[in-house]
Design a protein around this ligand. Structure first.
Ligand code: ASP
Length: 449
């Protein structure tokens, strides 16, 4: 049994919905399909979820909202007309949207979630009727009826553990289930959504609940690639990734699958496939708990900018008990989370995401460090990128660091910081943001030829 999930870009228009129907009906093992709301048809388009947020905001601001709701209806109508589905499909969607708009909006979080969920909910109904129109026994299932219970943190809800037992019942259904992603219900019966992009979470939860043999995540790329294709145009696809590798790559900018979203499927040991809706026969990337053979491969090179380093120095820092704690306590008290803390005998660097530290906050934090820690010097450097080479096999192989530093030296990229050892499966280099592309290019050539 397979659970498959289709992202918004795979449902953006009638042609793509039709491809989704082909994929679902072409394999009898595909018993559950989770769908997102229709996404962007092109770069200038707006996702249905964003249109729905606009509707909610208009009502909350006391503004007329009819036109905004009609824009959403029009997105669904375009698909219904082109697929020649019954008119009643669109009448139901329109009635549903207006009835949501007329509900109680005294709690803005609750009300916004009710609207946000309408994209997935109506899309699932539409896909189910498109499948039925082709003669496939497909059935829309509402998350409330299936027992998908979420916490009442609206917009950022989490699954309540008892849901797994409830959802396990879905495996007994004889029809193909079309299940809306992104939302569930609180114990009090209110609609609550996961964070944005949350249909991946729904898919992963359902795969775990029904103990599927595979979780297929269909999106708009052929696979996860070994480096950013915008930097390395002829980049190789990654055939197999472990969850740990995926997580390290996602941290440094790979964004095909939200790493936290797949945790339920990973915990249940279910292999995950990232596949392209437009080219479903391609193998895609398989994400597994463990590689069968660990070789010395580096699987990917990721890169992300937007970091800064706070460099602190104090003579005899290594002998001062509690210095590190006091330094990090300043960050804690200022509500800042840090990413890495490489250190020397008399110095320590703290790497943070730049956007968390505006000019005013920066001055305040550095002043506190100067005044409260008796340090000799503190400095901040912005515009840092982190380049990461990732691979489970690295730990067992000799010469990976030498190869990487040689590549960076050939690229004439100065290494501002290096971090290896705290993670067995990645090696990280801090470089100036303007050098990041060259760094990735040269590292890619060194490891992938
Ligand atoms: N439609 C929702 C969003 O745009 C959820 C999803 O697509 O996974 O965030």
């Amino acid at each position: 049994m397979k659970v498959c999930k289709f992202g918004g870009s795979s449902l953006a228009d009638a042609a793509r919905v039709s491809m989704v129907c082909d994929i679902v009906s072409s394999d009898n093992d595909r018993r559950i399909a989770v769908v997102s709301a229709p996404g962007k048809r092109d770069d200038r388009d707006t996702k249905v979820t964003d249109l729905l947020i606009t509707c909610a905001m208009k009502k909350l601001a006391g503004e007329p909202y009819e036109e905004a709701v009609e824009r959403v209806v029009a997105r669904f109508r375009e698909i219904q007309v082109e697929l020649e589905l019954e008119e009643s499909v669109i009448d139901d969607i329109q009635a549903d949207l207006f009835s949501r708009m007329e509900s109680d909006s005294s709690d803005s979080g609750e009300f916004t979630d009710l609207l946000k969920a309408a994209g997935e909910d109506n899309c699932a109904k539409l896909v189910a009727s498109a499948l039925r129109a082709r003669g496939c026994n497909a059935k829309y299932v509402n998350p409330r009826d299936a027992g998908m219970l979420l916490s009442d943190e609206f917009g950022n809800a989490e699954l309540l553990p008892e849901s797994y037992e409830n959802l396990a019942g879905l495996s007994d259904e004889s029809d193909v289930i079309i299940f809306p992603g992104f939302f569930g219900y609180t114990r009090g019966g209110k609609v609550a959504t996961f964070p944005r992009g949350g249909s991946d979470i729904t898919g992963s939860i359902l795969a775990a609940a029904v103990k599927a043999d595979a979780y297929e995540n269909f999106t708009d790329v052929d696979s996860v690639f070994a480096a950013d294709p915008r930097i390395v145009p002829d980049v190789q696809p990654i055939k197999e990734l472990t969850f740990r590798e995926m997580r390290e790559l996602a941290y440094a900018g790979f964004s095909v699958l939200h790493d936290e979203a797949i945790v339920p499927a990973v915990r249940a040991g279910i292999p995950i496939y990232v596949k392209n809706t437009g080219r479903p026969s391609l193998p895609g990337t398989k994400i597994v708990p463990q590689h069968v053979d660990v070789d010395s491969r580096v699987v990917g090179i990721a890169c992300s900018d937007g970091f800064c380093t706070i460099y602190v120095s104090k003579y005899l820092m290594n002998r001062e008990v509690g210095f590190g704690r006091r330094l990090l306590q300043v960050l804690e008290e200022e509500g800042l989370s840090y990413e890495h803390t490489p250190s020397g005998i008399d110095s320590m660097s703290i790497i943070l995401r730049e956007d968390a530290l505006g000019a005013e906050k920066e001055k305040h934090v550095l002043d506190r460090m100067r005044n409260e820690l008796g340090i000799d010097d503190v400095d901040i450097e912005r515009g840092l990128a982190l380049v990461m080479i990732v691979g489970e096999g690295m730990h067992y192989s000799v010469g990976v660091a030498a190869k990487a530093t040689k590549a960076l030296s050939d690229a004439e990229v100065n290494i501002e910081m290096m971090n290896q050892g705290s993670s067995e499966i990645s090696m990280m280099f801090g470089v100036k943001a303007e050098d990041r592309k060259r760094a990735v290019e040269y590292l890619y050539r060194a490891f992938f030829g």
